[in-house]
Write a protein that binds this ligand. Structure first.
Ligand SMILES: Nc1ncnc2c1ncn2[C@@H]1O[C@H](COP(=O)(O)OP(=O)(O)OP(=O)(O)O)[C@@H](O)[C@H]1O
Ligand SMILES: *[C@@H]1O[C@H](CO)[C@@H](O)[C@H](O)[C@H]1NC(C)=O
Ligand SMILES: *[C@@H]1O[C@H](CO)[C@@H](O)[C@H](O)[C@H]1NC(C)=O
Ligand SMILES: [Mg+2]
Length: 336
């Protein structure tokens, strides 16, 4: 544990240089000196930690209250995802000796909040949120675009995961567009998701892996649509209603079938988290929040105008937003 964060660049230079300085001197003097210096340095060290992000509780600590508050107030229309995430993350973070890393797989229609939730999660674990040097976001099409380089990508990705987890066991890896990722690449990270005590001296059990994809999105939409057609409330939809739809869809889908099959087979994914398609009222909520974020006072008329002009499906009934909340930041500018 200690040695792990000793490696952390910059962070513990004080400890390192202190050890180096006292090495040649006899142990008894060293101990006395160290004791004296420790008190003295403690002040500086704290200051140092304060300015430089370290793999320490000062910079990494889970705020359950904060996450619950964010999920309740900032995430719209995702009561199932919110509940699952809060439960999963709280259980994992409170477990002193997890047997494997936490692996979450977030699924759903475009613009429903998958990246947004990852960001809320990062913000309630790392002081620096997504900017933290312990949070790593990989996007399939951006980071691993060319199939011919797959072998290079494999070693690179493994090196990155190993390197970063050795520096900080509590590292977070987010894989966006998982459904567009090469199966070989997914295979190469599988060992890190498993129940190993350690791999070559590195333990991955405190790490958090989050996979984002649109896989299964259409089946989730179907469930939501069936509820709507039956005149049932959206809030009545529970995880159990979506679980089958999700797993079946994934096995049947040619593109995403492989990774799911192999990940599901070995039970490497702890939680599949479904994101529901967003409705008109959620678009309004997103629009009002975005107006505030842009520094305007929220104006319902403006937002309603924008929301009205967006596309919804099914064509006749116009129940669910085609692009979710994703286009709002750019669209809103035309209406303000
Ligand atoms: N459920 C939601 N509640 C609040 N804001 C949302 C929600 N969904 C999306 N947004 C807003 O829209 C933006 C885009 O959403 P996000 O990037 O999370 O979508 P996504 O699910 O990752 O979509 P894609 O599958 O296309 O990547 C977010 O940054 C957030 O501001
Ligand atoms: C946790 O989050 C809540 C709500 O955002 C905030 O008020 C509180 O100060 C946070 N606690 C810590 C320890 O950061
Ligand atoms: C950690 O991951 C980043 C990518 O997010 C990579 O650039 C960096 O080299 C990795 N660090 C180590 C020590 O492997
Ligand atoms: Mg996304």
């Amino acid at each position: 544990m200690r040695s792990a964060w000793l490696l952390s660049a910059g962070c513990v230079l004080w400890v390192c240089s202190l050890t180096a300085a006292i090495e040649p001197i006899s142990t008894s003097i060293a101990v006395g000196m160290a004791a004296a210096l420790t008190g003295f340095l403690a002040g500086y060290q704290n200051m140092f930690y304060y300015f430089n992000e370290c793999c320490r509780p000062e910079w990494i600590s889970y705020n359950k209250t904060g996450l619950k508050y964010d999920l309740d107030t900032k995430l719209y229309g995702q009561h199932v995802a919110g509940q699952v995430i809060l439960k999963a993350v709280t259980g994992f973070m409170n477990n002193k000796k997890p047997k494997k890393p936490l692996v979450l797989s977030l699924h759903g229609w475009t613009g429903t909040g998958k990246n947004f939730v990852s960001q809320l999660l990062a913000e309630n674990i790392y002081v620096k949120g997504m900017e933290s040097s312990f949070v790593h976001l990989f996007t399939a099409t951006a980071h691993f675009p060319h199939e011919i380089h797959i072998d290079t990508y494999k070693t690179q990705l493994q090196d990155w995961i190993r390197g970063n987890v050795s520096i900080c066991p509590r590292s977070m890896f987010i894989f966006d567009e998982m459904d567009k990722m090469h199966p070989g690449l997914i295979d190469s990270i599988k060992p890190y998701l498993d129940f190993y005590d350690n791999l070559n001296g590195v333990s991955y059990r405190e790490a958090i892996f989050i996979f984002l994809s649109n896989a299964g999105g259409e089946n989730i939409v179907q469930v939501a649509l069936d509820f709507w057609k039956d005149g049932k409330e959206r809030e009545e939809i529970q995880l159990k209603h979506l679980e089958t739809a999700l797993s079946l869809s994934v096995f049947n889908n040619k593109n995403s079938g492989f990774w799911h099959t192999s990940l599901i087979d070995k039970n490497l994914v702890d939680f599949f988290v479904p994101f529901l398609p967003l409705e008109y009222k959620h678009i309004i909520q997103c629009g009002l929040a975005e107006m505030i974020a842009k520094g305007h006072s929220p104006d319902k008329e403006v937002v309603e105008k924008m929301a009205h002009d967006l596309n919804y499906f099914p064509k006749e009934e116009r129940v669910f937003s085609m692009q979710g909340c994703k286009v709002i930041p750019s669209r809103l500018d035309f209406y303000i």
